[in-house]
Design a protein around this ligand. Sequence first.
Ligand SMILES: *Cc1c(COP(=O)(O)O)cnc(C)c1O
Length: 361
Amino acid sequence: MSKFLSYKYKNIKPYVPGEQPQNIDYIKLNTNENPYPPSKEILNIINENNLNSLYKYCDPEVSKLKEAIAKYYKVKKEQIIVGNGSDEILAFAFQAFNDEKKGIAFPNISYGFYKVFSQLYKIKFKEIKLTSDFKININDYFDLDSNIVIANPNAPTGRYLPLEDIVKILENNKNNLVIIDEAYIDFGGESCISLVDKYKNLLVIQTFSKSRSLAGARIGFAIANEEIISDLNKIKFSFNPYNVNQLSSQIAVASINDIDYFNECNQKIIKTREYIVKKLLNLNFTILPSKANFIFVKPLNLDAKLYFSELKKKGILVRYWDKEEISGFVRITIGKEEQMEKLYEITKEILIENKILKEGI
Ligand SMILES: *Cc1c(COP(=O)(O)O)cnc(C)c1O
């Protein structure tokens, strides 16, 4: 820390991203990236014309991409804001709607950025405990005196709240903004975008990073009623009007228009998820029901941290948190079928080496 850092930031604990090793070739199941490449339609974007237009600033309204998203989700363009990843949209939303008086509540086990943003922007926040089996009890979220943010499906548990539960939370928080972070909704859940016209207290945030294989392009978006979006634009245009770069926004248009490929990849991931769940259940793992592109698992009689480090030694990266409530679990991203097959074989090896499983089973 230099002597110049403002007192405001001295105690901030930044978000810790999962490892992105640049030279070792791991089977990478640690940051919920999509194992399949993005739509091939994107190749048509990168031509000389587009390269030559990079001398200009990009469209601050990101109009073309908003039009494509509006068409896909059957909402108005004015109900959409696009960001440099959904993390940026979350940051805008935390700044726009919360402060030291009206704070925000979220589950104690959820996406790590909610707490980081609360600290960064000096927002009052409240962490609400999950049940002992890692569920969100919706009654805990009724009639709060703060806004709410919930990841649905939740991370890193993978557990999903059906639409009727989201409706109940909205109905019981008429004066609070309810932010639903749908980073993983395309892997088997139902989006609550259909509710934004009816519920003026709903803000839905999604990303191209997971289900559209574009984590590196940094594209996220939010959908709500027009007033909420205009509040978010107030923050965006006070911070960085050119937040979404030209190439990324064109790439995202090509991606969202390739509906067949999108569905095909998501279906494959869902199928692979069900496959590996079955295999690990046979090895006596505890597995939370997941509607995401990852599973949250606890091996029987094997320390989760040891399982994590043994996997890493053998070339597979997964995610482990040294946080009391979840220290018995690791989170495994759903990769391609052959990668999960390898995970299964290596897991068996580790169980045998630790005398939890006998050879030949
Ligand atoms: C991955 C993730 C995001 C952030 O995604 P971006 O890459 O910034 O779009 C947001 N919320 C949750 C719950 C996530 O897991």
